[in-house]
Ligand binder design. Structure first.
Ligand code: MG
Ligand code: MG
Ligand code: MG
Length: 306
C-alpha cells in the first residue's frame, strides 16, 4: 500500500514541491512506495515551476480515509483533508506554527522555524546522505524563492539562503534572482482567472478563538496590476464570508514596495486596529512592511481575537 504525501488545501508551490520531494526522499530512505498528492489544482506559478524543470504534478486527491499519509507544509486540521481523522499520519514536514493535528501513534516530525518546507527537505536529504535529483532541486529552489519572496520576507533565515544556494548548484541555475523574478511575473498575472480562483489561489482558513477566519494572499510585482480586479475581489470575499465566517481578509502584497493592501469583510473590524494599530478604511487598509501571512498577520490576528 502506498503512502500519500500532500500539502495544504489551495496548494502553493511549496506544498506541491514538498510533496514531490518528500515522497522521493521517503521512497529512497524506506524502499517503500510514497506517492505525491495535492488537494487542489496547481496555481499558474506552480505550473511554471513544474514545466520549467520537467516535473509531473502530484496526483489530485482529496480523500484519504484508510490511507497512510505524510503531511507537508501544514499541520492545521482546517487545511487538511476533511477525512484526515480516518487516515494514519506517519510524518509531518513543515515550517509553520504547530497546528491542531494529533496522532494516536508516534510519527516522524520535521518542523523547523524556517522560510519554506523545502528548506527542511534539503536538510533531510543531507541528513540521509542522499543527493537531491536535479529537477526536484530546481523546483525546491523555486519553492524557497516563492515562500521567502526572494529572501525578502521576515520568515527568511540563513538556512533558507544556504539551502537555495546548494539547490541552485545541483539544478544548474546560475542566476536565481532572475529565475525568481520570472516566476513572480507569472504569479502576478490575473488575466483569465475568475475572482473565485484569485481569492482561493493562496487561501487558508483559521480557527481563531472559536471564530472561523479566512486569509488569502496575492503577491504581485506591482499592485497596480490588481486595479482592474480589486472591486471584484472585494465582492468575492463578501461571498466567502457569507458562508459562515467571522472575517475574510485578502492581502494584496506588493513584493517590490514590500507591503500589503488588505481587503477585509468582518463582523467586527476593530480586530484590524487591535492587530495592526492601523485604522482601516471602509474596505481596506495599507500595512507597510507586511508581507508574511504566517509571521506578521496570523499571530497578530490570533492575539486580537483572543
Ligand atoms: Mg504553503
Ligand atoms: Mg510553505
Ligand atoms: Mg506563501
Amino acid at each position: 500500500m502506498s503512502v500519500y504525501v500532500f500539502g495544504h488545501k489551495s496548494p502553493d508551490t511549496d506544498s506541491v514541491v514538498a510533496a514531490l520531494s518528500v515522497a522521493d526522499y521517503f521512497g529512497k530512505v524506506t524502499g517503500e512506495s510514497y506517492v505525491a498528492a495535492m488537494q487542489g489544482e496547481v496555481t499558474p506559478e506552480s505550473k511554471f515551476v513544474l514545466d520549467k524543470f520537467g516535473l509531473t504534478a502530484p496526483q489530485l486527491k482529496t480523500s484519504f480515509a484508510g490511507e497512510k499519509v505524510v503531511l507537508v507544509d501544514h499541520s492545521d486540521l482546517a487545511q487538511s483533508p476533511d477525512d484526515l481523522g480516518s487516515a494514519t499520519i506517519l510524518g509531518v514536514v513543515d515550517h509553520h506554527k504547530l497546528g491542531d493535528v494529533t496522532t494516536p501513534n508516534p510519527l516522524e516530525m520535521w518542523v523547523w522555524p524556517v522560510g519554506c518546507s523545502c528548506t527542511v527537505v534539503k536538510y533531510m536529504y543531507d541528513y540521509a546522505g542522499i543527493e537531491v535529483p536535479k529537477a526536484i532541486a530546481g523546483a525546491m529552489l523555486c519553492a524557497i524563492l516563492s515562500d521567502t519572496v526572494m529572501f525578502k520576507s521576515v520568515t527568511c533565515t540563513p538556512k533558507d539562503k544556504d539551502a537555495a544556494a546548494a539547490l541552485a548548484k545541483i539544478a544548474g541555475v546560475t542566476d536565481m534572482m532572475a529565475l525568481g523574478m520570472e516566476m513572480f511575473k507569472v504569479k502576478s498575472a490575473v488575466e483569465g482567472a475568475s475572482m473565485k480562483d484569485l481569492v482561493f489561489r493562496d487561501y487558508k482558513d483559521f480557527n481563531m478563538s472559536g471564530n472561523k477566519v479566512g486569509i488569502g494572499q496575492l503577491e504581485v510585482v506591482d499592485l497596480s496590476l490588481l486595479d482592474a480586479v480589486k472591486d471584484g475581489l472585494y465582492a468575492e470575499i463578501g461571498k466567502v464570508k457569507a458562508e459562515g465566517r467571522h472575517s475574510v481578509f485578502l492581502l494584496l502584497t506588493d513584493i517590490m514596495k514590500e507591503g500589503s493592501e488588505m481587503l477585509y469583510v468582518s463582523d467586527d473590524a476593530s480586530v484590524i486596529e487591535k492587530a495592526f494599530g492601523a485604522k482601516p478604511g471602509d474596505k481596506s487598509v495599507w500595512l507597510d512592511g507586511v508581507m508574511s501571512r504566517k509571521k506578521q498577520v496570523v499571530p497578530n490576528f490570533e492575539k486580537a481575537f483572543a
